[in-house]
Ligand binder design. Structure first.
Ligand SMILES: NC(=O)c1ccc[n+]([C@@H]2O[C@H](COP(=O)([O-])OP(=O)(O)OC[C@H]3O[C@@H](n4cnc5c(N)ncnc54)[C@H](OP(=O)(O)O)[C@@H]3O)[C@@H](O)[C@H]2O)c1
Length: 344
């Protein structure tokens, strides 16, 4: 199997670290470069002594000059914009794990992130990398916008139902995430004293993933007119675990027999998707450490509920990024990725 060289940018962040961990035992994507603003000049051995391989790699400072076949960017919002054009120019394929290339509508990007999008060409060619939904487009592009963690869990649950016209006009996404979802920079709301023994709702009504979910439902939902798209209320919560994300998605007015049809729709949609399991109502630890998304349906009259559990750092970030890179490299999508979770 042909080997591809890869680099990780933002190496000292949480997703950067997870990419390094997964890539250090990948059989065909060979980690040769890593970029870190804060640790340039150090070796990976000094920064990440737990890695299986790649210890001798010296961290670099300039992402634009990376000499690799494919680069993973794990940077804060806005930081990928000056980097992506120079990488594509050099013929380097890119998987961007941040939000800069996810929203197709540049005006929506400005409204959501409060700044102009400076790379309209990149935005036009970027493929939204929800692997199970867009495999062919991902395999043939040079730029993948890896979805956010909450959108990954929500869209995998809702898109098959939307495509079959099985959703009512109002949906509530009640989402819970571990604190690693907020990244490595400490803040008052993620401080252990605030988040370590609590459940904290945050960002209801204005979380930046809500526009991403709505745009992707419209783009990938199989063509219903905007009048037929459900209105989505998205309310995230921080829960006192480090990893993992579970969405309970409520659809009022859905009868139990319709929930059975939901189950058929999900089972049919993911029959050939090794990283999606449709079955029992999941618990968070099942997904932790795994690239799987666990989906389940339940009748809770007078509503239907669909549950979706992932690891925010794996299927919600680094794992899905590698799944996409596998397709971009012509490899089976499962190559080098963990299927099993922590459990029980
Ligand atoms: N955490 C998650 O669960 C998750 C899931 C999906 C997507 N995402 C998205 O993926 C991206 C990375 O997430 P993360 O959780 O890994 O974030 P993080 O822990 O904060 O890491 C981001 C890294 O980017 C680098 N960086 C470069 N320029 C920077 C700047 N101006 N300010 C701060 N850091 C800078 C830093 O690493 P160096 O100093 O080593 O360069 C930093 O550690 C974000 O856009 C995030 O929204 C996160």
């Amino acid at each position: 199997m042909t080997e591809r060289t890869v680099g990780v940018v933002g190496a000292s962040g949480y997703l950067g670290g997870e990419l390094l961990r997964l890539l250090s035992s990948h059989p065909s994507l060979r980690l040769t470069h890593a970029v870190s603003k804060s640790h340039a000049g150090a070796t990976l051995d000094e920064v990440c002594p737990w890695l299986a391989d790649g210890h001798e790699i010296v961290l670099e400072s300039d992402p634009g000059s990376l000499d690799v076949d494919l680069a993973f960017l794990a940077l804060p919002q806005g930081e990928a914009l000056p980097v992506v054009p120079s990488l594509l120019e050099r013929g380097t394929k890119v998987v961007d794990l941040g939000p800069d290339y996810r929203l197709k509508d540049a005006e929506l990007y400005r409204a959501t992130y409060g700044r102009e999008h400076t790379d309209p060409d990149g935005l036009a060619r970027a493929v939204y990398g929800l692997t199970e939904v867009s495999r062919e487009a991902i395999a043939s592009t040079s730029l993948v916008a890896n979805p956010g963690c909450y959108p990954t869990a929500t869209l995998l649950a809702l898109l098959p139902l939307l495509r079959r016209g099985l959703l009512p006009s109002q949906i509530v996404v009640d989402a819970k995430s571990g604190t690693s979802g907020a990244g490595a920079t400490p803040s008052p709301s993620t401080h252990h004293a605030q988040a370590g023994a609590s459940v904290n709702p945050y960002g209801g009504g204005h979380h930046r993933h809500a526009p991403e979910i709505r745009e992707a439902l419209a783009d990938l939902g199989g063509g219903p007119s905007s009048a037929a798209l459900p209105q989505v209320t998205f309310v995230p919560h921080l829960v006192p675990v480090v990893r993992g994300l579970l969405c309970s998605i409520y659809a009022p007015g859905v009868e139990p027999d319709e929930v059975l049809r939901w189950n058929e729709a999900l089972t049919d949609a993911y029959r050939a998707s090794p990283f999606v399991r449709v079955g029992e109502v999941p618990r968070l630890p099942w997904a932790v450490g795994s690239n799987r998304c666990y989906l389940a349906t339940e009748a809770a009259p007078p509503s239907g509920v669909v549950y979706s559990a992932i690891d925010n750092l794996v299927k919600g970030g680094a794992g899905q990024a590698i799944q996409n890179a596998n397709l971009m490299a012509g490899l089976p999508e499962t190559t080098g990725l963990p299927l099993g979770g922590l459990g029980p």
